[in-house]
Design a protein around this ligand. Sequence first.
Ligand SMILES: Nc1ncnc2c1ncn2[C@@H]1O[C@H](COP(=O)(O)OP(=O)(O)O)[C@@H](O)[C@H]1O
Ligand SMILES: CC(=O)N[C@@H](CCC(=O)OP(=O)(O)O)C(=O)O
Length: 286
Amino acid sequence: MSETTQQTAKILIEALPYIQRFHGKTIVIKYGGNAMIDEALKESFARDVVMMKAVGMNPVVVHGGGPQISGTLERVGKTTEFVDGLRVTDAETMDVVEMVLGGLVNKDIVRLINAQGGKAVGLSGKDGDMIRARKISSGKPDVDYGHVGEVDSISTSLVETLEAERFIPVIAPIGAGSDGATYNINADSVAGALASKLQAEKLVLMTNTVGVLDKEGKLLTGLSATQIAGLKADGTIQGGMLPKVDCALDAVLCGVKTSHIIDGRVDHALLLEVLTDKGVGTLIRG
Ligand SMILES: Nc1ncnc2c1ncn2[C@@H]1O[C@H](COP(=O)(O)OP(=O)(O)O)[C@@H](O)[C@H]1O
Ligand SMILES: CC(=O)N[C@@H](CCC(=O)OP(=O)(O)O)C(=O)O
């Protein structure tokens, strides 16, 4: 047998303990809009999700689509502003967010997963009364976030029903408020809250950096709550990385075994994280 054949067998067998450990376990994956770069990468993401399902895990996908929302807003001539990583969302912007996230982006991911042989079901947080949201305050007197919400409560019965029937839930981060309004929720926050409620084995946040970087731009492979507080205080962690580390940390503090921030621009990053010895990205500990 050739050396490469042996190497292939070694790589395959390396996955065995992970397949055994994660069999029947829920893994919540946040697929960020910045990681949806091209068709080939999106296809390999979909293949990874289907592979996870095929070996007995329960992947649940929560997706973003920030750049896709911004692109559509630009096309209709509407400016958009982020404050501390969250999009200020007036009523008109909310309509666009719901159309882009709940429609285009959601159905694109569903299509990709189904094309790989999975059975994906696209949902927004409104379906099955899954996500109840409440308006958040920016804490700044001059910034009204409008329709930006945070998770008030999550019902997991729909996700659990889908999991039991071997479907793969694909969820857009939109919630309904008890005030009748629709809310735009940061996708990382939805993924974190859902992972906590499901007591998931893992939360994997896929983004467009190799992980959390220090002041010199070097990858931090592991982070504790104390280290995160320090990096936030000195401005090393900022913008979109703020809600990401916050929800990754909240999730592990609420019982999710591990949270990971990984580079979604790398082909098969998800599979490498879940099924191999190679730690990729940043691991968040409680
Ligand atoms: N310390 C840091 N390490 C890595 N990225 C950081 C850091 N601080 C801020 N960022 C920024 O956060 C971005 C990731 O957040 P975001 O753009 O919201 O991603 P996503 O769309 O995947 O949710 C990175 O591309 C980077 O510009
Ligand atoms: C309140 C808020 O900022 N919501 C996000 C929702 C999408 C998202 O989180 O997308 P990414 O994960 O691709 O950044 C937004 O409007 O962009």
